[in-house]
Design a protein around this ligand. Structure first.
Ligand code: NAI
Ligand code: PHE
Length: 348
């Protein structure tokens, strides 16, 4: 592998990187702990069929760093981490997740984990049987994680439209959602309830058909989703979808969704800013589950979904105002703000 791991870690301030292998289950995974200045590191578990080890590692590093930024901007007493599993197709997943659970338990509260793409209620229940530091999907856990994320994205879209037009006027809005999983479907329901026109796509045709029918959405071909004309394009699938090839195809005024790291590179955010397309930072919008999870684990209470949404809206409004005042892309403003806060905490 030609990635210089320690160089990358020191450049971006990582504390730890663990490579996990379990002979029995066949598990192969990376765990990145980015920053614990403010408190324990929080990060979900992503399971994906990565092209190779290098892309899994770089996803792990990018995602765990973004988690630190989420925590800092949401003013949580926690830092960022991510566990990324390389899905090779023939692992024993129950044994693999139980192995991870035991690893997490041994870390004794330095790392808390929860859901992400590929890790849902079944996997979380295996983890929770081995460790107290994973979000239990049952009544003993925080609950409503994807709902909290969707509510934050919904309020973030509201703040973005108010920022652009001074009002939301949902019935006049055309929204396009990419991905109808836990976050996308919850977001779609909220938008439909407000009277917006919602179009959506998912690679899983059966899921797309079912959710579109249930909520009355117009179903789109997944290959056309990025170029479909709309007010708001909402990526709720995977990250890295805005890159050199797709950027020119966008036909929207706002890009705001739940997916982590939607911009392939920060430069793509700069180009969209120059084109006048508003891209509120994904790590501000999608931190609802993180807020619910950290408050549950660290303070022992369940924050309401509504309060989480309003908190996220407040943070985003500050970022958008600063972005306008400085004529700087919102993502640059938010990363700078997060890094300033972390540096101040380190020096305190
Ligand atoms: P999920 O796994 O429930 O849903 C993702 C959906 O996207 C799947 O149905 C999949 O078929 C679909 N999909 C993948 N590639 C696609 C494409 N190119 N076009 C159309 N559909 C596609 O995941 P979930 O929980 O809804 O998360 C969505 C995104 O939000 C992820 O990037 C995740 O990291 C992020 N996120 C989720 C949080 C949560 O609370 N669940 C919290 C913060 C971020
Ligand atoms: N996976 C969530 C995210 O990407 C965060 C999370 C971590 C939530 C741990 C609960 C527990 O924001």
């Amino acid at each position: 592998m030609s990635i210089h791991v320690l160089d990358a870690m020191s450049r971006e301030g990582f504390e730890e990187l663990h490579a996990l292998h379990d002979r029995r289950s066949g598990l192969r995974a990376f765990l990145g702990i980015h920053d614990t200045t403010r408190g324990p590191a929080f990060g979900g578990i992503r399971r994906w069929k990565y092209r190779d080890e290098r892309s899994a590692l770089s996803d792990c590093l990018r995602l765990s760093r973004a988690m630190t930024h989420k925590c800092a901007l949401a003013d949580l007493s926690a830092g960022g981490a991510k566990l990324v599993i390389l899905d090779g197709g023939d692992e024993d997943w129950e044994a693999a997740y139980r192995h991870i659970g035991r690893v997490v338990e041994r870390m004794a509260g330095r790392f808390y984990t929860g859901p992400d793409v590929g890790t849902g209620p079944i996997e979380l229940s295996w983890l929770s049987q081995e460790t107290a530091f994973a979000t239990d999907p049952g009544p003993a856990g925080p609950g409503l994680l994807a709902e909290s994320t969707a509510e934050g994205v919904f309020r973030g879209i509201e703040a973005s439209l108010e920022h652009l037009d001074g009002e939301v006027d949902w019935p006049a809005r055309r929204m396009v959602i990419q991905g109808l999983g836990a976050v996308g479907a919850n977001l779609a329901r909220r938008l439909v309830e407000q009277g917006a026109t919602v179009l959506a796509a998912d690679l899983d045709e059966e899921l797309a058909r079912r959710v579109c029918e249930e909520l009355g959405l117009e179903r789109l071909d997944p290959t056309r989703v990025i170029s479909s004309p709309c007010d708001v394009f909402s990526p709720c699938a995977l990250g890295g979808i805005l890159h050199d090839v797709t950027l020119g195809r966008l036909d929207c005024r706002v890009v705001a969704g739940g997916a982590n790291n939607v911009l392939a590179k920060s430069l793509h955010g700069d180009l969209l800013h120059e084109r006048g397309i508003l891209v509120p930072p994904d790590f501000v919008l999608n931190c609802g589950a993180l807020i619910r999870g950290t408050i549950f684990h660290l303070e022992g209470r369940r924050e309401s979904v509504e309060a989480i949404g309003l908190r996220i809206k407040g943070v985003l409004e500050q970022v958008l105002t600063r972005s306008q005042d400085e004529d700087a892309p919102p993502a640059r403003v938010a990363v700078r703000e997060a890094e300033e806060r972390i540096a101040a905490w380190r020096d305190a």
